[in-house]
Design a protein around this ligand. Structure first.
Ligand SMILES: [Fe+2]
Ligand SMILES: [Fe+2]
Length: 282
């Protein structure tokens, strides 16, 4: 029975991927060298915005870890695994565009950028969750959050008169929201299969959500200080611009989430030391 159910779900996820892929090929392909108006770089752009571009370039640069961890956790789901491959290609352009911006603007030397890349790879990003369903929920929140941040950076770059950087953030943001949508559509399918367990995972992941750069990008805390007024996601902003819009799209009510949070608390108090219990482990 379980195999039959898994096969049915796999077919639906594959259809979702085909829809995503078709739309991406027809409407969303862009070229990080040819589609950016490099001649419109504002060479006087405030350093804070340059530093933010560098920080996002850093976060995007853990691609080897995202791809390796992300694709393996979903390898049994054809549609999601193929999505991961396509996702990796799209994400690879985000860091290339930002890196090219930093070097072409003359604000960072190639030596600096390659030293930074080497420094980044000394640390490794590890999967924050270990099941396909929890990683799908995580991916959804992370993509939506990155979309919100990039839209804000786009507005800041536009206001500062840098058409090149504005275009990069616009194209990146358009990809990120498409990624968020794919994850959301998969979560809808997961909700159809097992609503209670999926809502429990949503509650668990939301409670333990952190952006991927935390703890691995050098000087992350001081970078966040610079970012704070131009696009950092704090808890309030996460709730308003990420969490609640995602729940609305999914058709999951706050009452359901409150009930799930209550269940997580119950599981914690029933555990030997009262520590939180990941629902994926029971
Ligand atoms: Fe990205
Ligand atoms: Fe993305």
């Amino acid at each position: 029975m379980a195999v039959e159910r898994d096969t049915r779900l796999a077919q639906k996820v594959y259809q979702q991927y085909l829809t995503f892929f078709d739309k991406a090929e027809r409407e969303r392909r862009w070229h990080p060298i040819h589609d950016i108006p490099w001649e419109k770089i504002n060479r006087e752009l405030p350093e804070a915005l340059v530093l933010n571009a560098e920080t996002f370039c850093c976060v995007e640069s853990y691609l080897p870890d995202y791809v390796a961890g992300g694709i393996n956790v979903v390898r049994k789901s054809f549609g999601q695994a193929w999505f991961s491959a396509n996702w990796g290609y799209e994400e690879s352009k985000h860091s290339i565009a930002l890196m090219e911006y930093l070097m072409r603007s003359g604000r960072r030397s190639p030596e600096h950028m390659f030293d930074l890349q080497a420094q980044l790879m000394e640390k490794e990003w590890r999967l924050p969750f270990t099941t396909a369903r929890q990683m799908t929920v995580y991916g959804c929140f992370q993509e939506q959050a990155t979309f919100v941040i990039y839209c804000r950076q786009e507005a800041a770059a536009s206001q500062a008169g840098d058409e090149a950087l504005r275009t990069i953030f616009r194209l990146n943001a358009r990809d990120e929201i498409a990624h968020a949508r794919f994850y959301e559509d998969v979560i809808k399918l997961l909700l159809e299969e097992d609503r209670e367990a999926t809502v429990l995972d949503i509650a668990w992941v939301a409670k333990h959500f952190e952006m991927p750069g935390v703890g691995i990008v050098p000087d992350y805390e001081s970078r966040v200080q610079v970012m704070r007024d131009v696009g950092h996601i704090d808890r309030d902003l996460f709730l308003q611009k990420v969490y609640f819009p995602v729940l609305k799209y999914l058709g999951v009510t706050r009452e359901e989430l409150v009930a799930a949070a209550g269940q997580l608390r119950k599981m914690a108090s029933a555990s030997a030391n009262g520590a939180p219990v990941n629902p994926a482990t029971v």
